[in-house]
Design a protein around this ligand. Structure first.
Ligand code: MSP
Length: 510
């Protein structure tokens, strides 16, 4: 049988500035899902990238005296460096400035135009000449002027291409209504349904006021609208034009993970484009919430933008990943706060997980020279630990399949607490002093090592480095599958574990 496949994407980020912790949040979730799916045996294709065209980038580059490409090249390098340091396991990185992407966008544009769904018309808007920008009535300042430079705007018309969204509005609406799993969470689905019901206008899909973009085929004074260009990125790396087999394997995408404010582009505009192409819609678009700082929006003017690179320098990637995944319920907004991060590191990582590993390995080394001995019999407490381990792994699978990531993290930590309590209940240091309790001691130490092995498997999508370090200290193979966590008793008798090393140092709160 063919292997099950899973195609997951993040939005492609604008290289207008360095990425902040909010961007890292989205990519971390996507990475966790991708890692989970690989662990569960899927053949995964995980895509992220950069959305490089548009007037804003062109202007910023000009103001710095460099070409747009020179400007984005540098920032895109910083994206890649961030993802490397966060251990993001993407299979490809798409840049919209790449020739492979230009080909796809032009072909998509051409096909839709040839079918009559893209036509030439006239775009009329309020234009600010010094800023070279179109504005809508509501965007203007209180004097009816340009919101950027506050100079008067004028009504201008230019030739432009339009995409017949109106033709597909009913079909997209029906699709949303008939396929409840297409857009989650549910609240966003209702928003989109109401949005379409108000009526869809044809979309202007070309611009002539700047040239940093993909030219319209056979009419090169126009460049293709950035969102039309950007959405098409999802087709490029999976062989849309050059590898039919690969395309068949991964399309329709299983999950487009996006922030809530761009759900509309991913369901309505993207839905219409795909329908016009006669291609299936993605299986799911998930609109996650926003990360706010101490309750407020992150912004340069407030000076509260959190740089994930600095956090990684200070606390390590796994601690940041853990915090983001645990604290924020997928779909809802969540708060980032430095003290809360430090508290989680101290209590959940250093204390609960770190101590469990340290105490367990320490006792195995001290009482049995690091060797696991035959386990037999077992008390009620032993049996309840074993069944809780297996149940945790099963429940974890269901939660992760359902994208309840924060619940899955909490579930694993409930089991970690259970293991710590098991140490207190069984008091191996007492058993070690009593010759008649040798078997009980071996059982307890075996069960602890085995529980840690299972924990290492289950946390591998959240905290890949910590998972590897635990497996290393247990001296077991790094080659793991989800099923490895679903049976208790895989470690062999006479297996020798390593010496304990601290996973997370405690951090003093200032
Ligand atoms: N380039 C477009 C996406 C095109 S996808 C075909 C774009 N880029 S962006 O850089 O502005 O945003 C990328 C993603 O980052 C969006 O999904 C957005 O929701 C997310 N976030 C930006 N700030 C965020 C937070 N503070 N919190 C969580 N996600 C945030 O939009």
């Amino acid at each position: 049988m063919d292997k099950k496949t899973f195609y997951i994407t993040t939005p492609i980020y604008y290289p207008s500035a360095k990425l902040h912790i909010g961007h890292a949040y989205c990519t971390t979730i996507a990475d966790t899902i991708a890692r989970f799916k690989r662990l569960a045996g899927y053949e995964v294709f995980f895509l992220t990238g950069s959305d490089e065209h548009g007037q804003k980038i062109q202007r910023t580059a000009e103001s710095q005296g460099v070409t747009p490409l020179e400007y984005v090249d540098k920032i895109v390098e910083s994206f890649k460096e961030l993802w490397r340091r966060m251990e993001i396991s993407n299979d490809d990185f798409i840049r919209t400035s790449e020739p492979r992407h230009h080909k796809v966008v032009q072909e998509v544009f051409r096909r839709i135009r040839d079918n009559g769904d893209i036509y030439k018309g006239e775009y009329t808007g309020l234009y600010c000449t010094p800023c070279e920008s179109y504005w809508t009535e509501i965007q203007l300042d209180e004097n009816g002027c340009c919101p950027d430079c506050h100079r008067p705007v004028e009504k201008v018309s230019e030739e432009a291409y339009f995409f017949k969204m109106s033709k597909y509005a009913d079909a997209v609406l029906k699709y949303l209504e008939d396929n409840p799993e297409f857009l989650e969470p549910k609240s966003r689905r209702n928003e989109m349904i109401n949005f379409i019901k108000q009526g869809l206008e044809d979309l202007c899909v070309s611009r002539t006021s700047f040239n940093w973009g993909i030219p319209v085929p056979d009419d090169e004074k126009h460049v293709i609208y950035v969102w039309f260009d950007a959405l098409t990125n999802y087709l490029t790396p999976i062989g849309f034009l050059d590898d039919a087999e690969k395309f068949k394997k991964y399309w329709p995408a299983d999950l487009h993970l996006v922030g809530k404010e761009i759900v509309r582009f991913h369901t309505i505009i993207w839905g219409c484009i795909l329908m016009a192409l006669g291609i299936e819609l993605p299986k799911k678009v998930y609109g996650h919430g926003w990360l706010v700082i101490d309750g407020g929006k992150m912004s340069k003017s407030k000076g509260n933008v959190v740089d994930p690179m600095l956090l990684i320098d200070e606390f390590g990637a796994d601690a940041i990943r853990y915090f983001l995944l645990r604290e924020i319920t997928l779909g809802l907004d969540g708060n980032f706060n430095r003290d809360a991060l430090i508290q989680r590191i101290n209590s959940d990582l250093a204390n609960d997980l770190g101590n469990l590993l340290h105490r367990s390995l320490n006792m195995i080394n001290k009482f049995q020279k690091g060797v696991l001995l035959e386990s037999s019999g077992g008390t009620e407490i032993d049996n309840s630990l074993k069944s809780e381990a297996v149940e945790t792994a099963k429940e974890y699978r269901a939660l992760m399949e359902n994208l309840q990531i924060s619940d899955a993290v909490k579930l694993v930590w409930k089991f970690i607490s259970r293991c710590n309590k098991y140490i207190d209940e069984t008091a191996p240091w007492k058993l070690a002093k009593d010759e008649t309790q040798k078997q009980n001691l071996s059982n307890v130490l075996y069960n602890l090592a085995e529980s840690l092995r299972i924990i290492a498997v289950l946390i591998s999508p959240f905290m890949p480095n910590t998972s590897r370090r635990i497996l290393e200290q247990l001296q077991v193979s790094q080659d793991i599958k989800l099923e490895d966590a679903e049976t208790f008793g895989a470690l062999e008798v006479n297996h020798k574990v390593g010496k304990p090393e601290q996973l997370f140092p405690r951090i003093e709160l200032e």
